[in-house]
Design a protein around this ligand. Structure first.
Ligand SMILES: NC(=O)c1ccc[n+]([C@@H]2O[C@H](COP(=O)([O-])OP(=O)(O)OC[C@H]3O[C@@H](n4cnc5c(N)ncnc54)[C@H](O)[C@@H]3O)[C@@H](O)[C@H]2O)c1
Ligand SMILES: [Zn+2]
Ligand SMILES: [Zn+2]
Length: 347
């Protein structure tokens, strides 16, 4: 079978690899129908997490080709959504859908280790299926389903955990697809204004079309611009959807006294210089979230199926799996108006 393999820094290729199989009695073999490239894949693509030989990808949907003998929730032939993150599948937390706080194995992400290859491939083995797989519900398209494997749940939890109350001023930092979903979900909570921060012109334009006020961070002065736009008030709630040291710092500095900062960007810097005195003097609440994807499905399925959310609008590029290297290059360079890249393993 073919899979997208990470060879080294900024080097991926589609290669023939050994066929995937059912990874144990609680697992299944999935024939992948569609898969997407995520901002989190970039942490492997250009460091600091490069793992040569890994098959990338944690956002994928497809058809169940074979199941282990203890799997009860889905069967051969079902078309399913797979959570991009999994746990052991059996502890109480996993069984409740909160796989991130798994009491046994801890959090695992597809396509980030040689033990759990990813789904940017023709097929993939999925362990712990009863805890992390669900049939694609009626009224949800294949492309929408792909976005329910990771980034729509992430944006949704980013907004939910920002504790937005009606009338609040909200700042969303980062207008990649994750930030776009955070912005759209923040609107459910009735903020008076949403300020959207990025450095890419077409991403700022998109934010404006979604009803936010664009703040251009290109000159490094996003915080000053936020205070200017809010007459010195700052943000009652901040959602950070980038993961850079700069944007984490900006999130803390632009927060109004008593604000909540909800971080969904992934930052892997163990030595991040957290400005504790600022947080102390403003009595800030700081929350960091890796999305427990299955917990969000009961809320998100109806929001998507009813047309309240149109997540598929983020797909700007639809390529064959064979074009994955170009997909990564464009997505990383933010070229050609790219927001989100979808890959089709059949070509
Ligand atoms: N917490 C989770 O469960 C989870 C899940 C998926 C993705 N993520 C993370 O979310 C983040 C965003 O993912 P994405 O797919 O939207 O990625 P992306 O790379 O498309 O988006 C990042 C955006 O941040 C902007 N940006 C970079 N530096 C900036 C700065 N200094 N000021 C303002 N904007 C800046 C970029 O221009 C870009 O638009 C990544 O860190 C990813 O790993 C987290
Ligand atoms: Zn992702
Ligand atoms: Zn568990």
């Amino acid at each position: 079978m073919r899979a997208v393999v990470l060879n080294g820094e900024r080097d991926v290729s589609v290669q023939e690899v050994p066929d995937a199989g059912v990874p144990g009695p609680d697992g299944l073999l999935l024939r992948v129908e569609r898969t997407a490239i995520c901002g989190s894949d970039l942490h492997l693509y250009h460091g600091p997490m490069t793992i040569p030989g890994v098959h990338l990808g944690h956002e994928f949907v497809g058809t169940v080709e074979d199941v282990g003998r203890s799997v009860t929730s889905v069967a051969k032939g079902d078309r399913v959504i797979v959570s991009g993150v999994i746990g052991c599948g059996h502890c109480p937390n996993c069984r409740s859908g909160d796989v991130v706080t798994c009491q046994n194995a801890g959090l695992k992400v597809f396509g980030t280790s040689l033990e759990l290859h990813g789904g940017q491939a023709e097929a993939v083995g999925v362990p712990a299926a009863d805890a992390c797989v669900v049939r694609i519900p009626e009224g949800i398209t294949t492309e929408q389903a792909v976005l329910l494997t990771d980034i729509l749940p992430t944006g949704y939890l980013g907004a939910q955990r920002a504790e937005i109350t009606p009338g609040d001023v909200v700042v969303v930092i980062g207008m990649g697809p994750v930030g776009v979903f955070a912005l759209q979900c923040a609107q459910f909570y009735g903020p008076s204004r949403i300020l959207a921060v990025d450095r890419v012109p077409d991403r700022l334009t998109r934010a404006e079309q979604l009803g936010a006020e664009p703040i251009d961070a290109t000159d490094g002065n996003a915080v000053a611009k936020i205070y200017e736009a809010t007459s010195g008030h700052g943000a009652d709630a901040v959602i950070e959807a980038v993961g850079a040291d700069q944007t984490l710092t900006d999130a803390i500095l632009c927060a109004a006294p008593g604000a909540t900062i909800s971080v969904i960007g992934v930052n892997l810097n163990m030595a991040f210089p957290f400005p504790v005195p600022v947080a102390l003097m403003k009595r800030l609440t700081f929350r960091v979230t890796i999305a427990a994807i299955p917990t969000t499905w009961p809320a998100l399925f109806p929001l998507v199926a009813s047309g309240k959310l149109h997540p598929e609008d983020v797909f700007t590029h639809r390529l064959g799996l064979s074009e994955a290297a170009e997909g990564y290059r464009i997505f990383d360079a933010r070229e050609d108006g790219v927001l989100k890249v979808l890959l089709d393993p059949s070509s």
